[in-house]
Design a protein around this ligand. Sequence first.
Ligand SMILES: [Zn+2]
Length: 118
Amino acid sequence: MKEIRENLEILKKEANNMEENSTLLKLINVIDLLTEKVEEVIVNQETMEENIRFMDTDLSGIQEELFEEVSLEDLEEIEDEYEEVNCKHCNNPIFIEKSALTNNEDITCPYCKENILK
Ligand SMILES: [Zn+2]
């Protein structure tokens, strides 16, 4: 951008020293305005890129926080291994490991202290 600016200044000086230079001067003014616009666009784009980088970092942070303790695979495994059973006595829902359900005939309810299975 600096190079374009410098060349533009040289052109302006040369055009000012020329006779019959009004068309050329108008042209240079147009280029001048375009250069300003391009500079604006570049600055905007840089700002946007920076914002996107910040957003990306924020999102990564949130993602890490969300999945730090429990991964999706872990969640699926938990769902596989546990089963919701309602206590036969108080009807409260209790999550119990499937293996515990098949291996035990007596499971104490945390709510009513009775055997949830009988
Ligand atoms: Zn119970």
